[in-house]
Write a new protein. Structure first.
Length: 173
């Protein structure tokens, strides 16, 4: 009888560990968790971002589509500081990345070029520096690009930023 109980207890513990692994297997939760962990958040804008949840669609400042994919991250004017993370490139259905008027520093990760559904990239009024990644040329659906009031110091501006289609609303570099 004691060995049956022990076997049950071990099975239960392994099941909980497996469930936890499945929760973290969601690439959107992983990406947003990486962003949360890289930022200082004195105003607690990210407090609802419970990384134990499978569904980030319940988090504040996140919008999802009908298939529960993240389509918008809107964290403007939240007094956030820290760096953008390459994992953001795993938000495959993201259409709006809005992080203007914060204190985000460092460079724009090249992985943002994987966000081929991106419509709006608003990173103005931060402390971003370095070069603009050439991978931004992959953002064929981009209509709004706002990067002004940052500290971009070097490198060529990707040609695509000057060749937006007629449907482009606004570009500020």
């Amino acid at each position: 009888m004691p060995s049956t109980f022990l076997l049950f207890a071990v099975t239960l513990i392994l099941s909980v560990d497996l469930l936890t692994a499945v929760v973290y297997a969601n690439p959107e939760v992983t990406a947003l968790s990486a962003l949360k962990n890289s930022l200082s958040d004195p105003n607690k804008a990210l407090q609802s971002w419970d990384t134990q949840l499978v569904d980030p669609c319940t988090w504040f400042h996140i919008t999802c589509n009908d298939q529960n994919y993240v389509t918008r991250v809107h964290l403007s004017s939240q007094n956030l500081s820290g760096k953008l993370v390459p994992e953001l490139g795993n938000l495959t259905q993201l259409r709006y990345l809005v992080l203007f008027k914060n204190n985000i520093e460092g460079s724009i990760p090249a992985e943002l070029g994987k966000l081929t559904n991106l419509d709006s990239l608003a990173l103005s009024d931060n402390n971003l520096s370095g070069t603009l990644p050439s991978s931004l040329e992959n953002l064929k659906l981009l209509k709004i690009l706002n990067l002004n009031n940052n500290k971009f110091l070097s490198g060529a501006v990707p040609r695509v930023l000057f060749m937006f289609r007629a449907s482009t609303s606004r570009t500020q570099v």
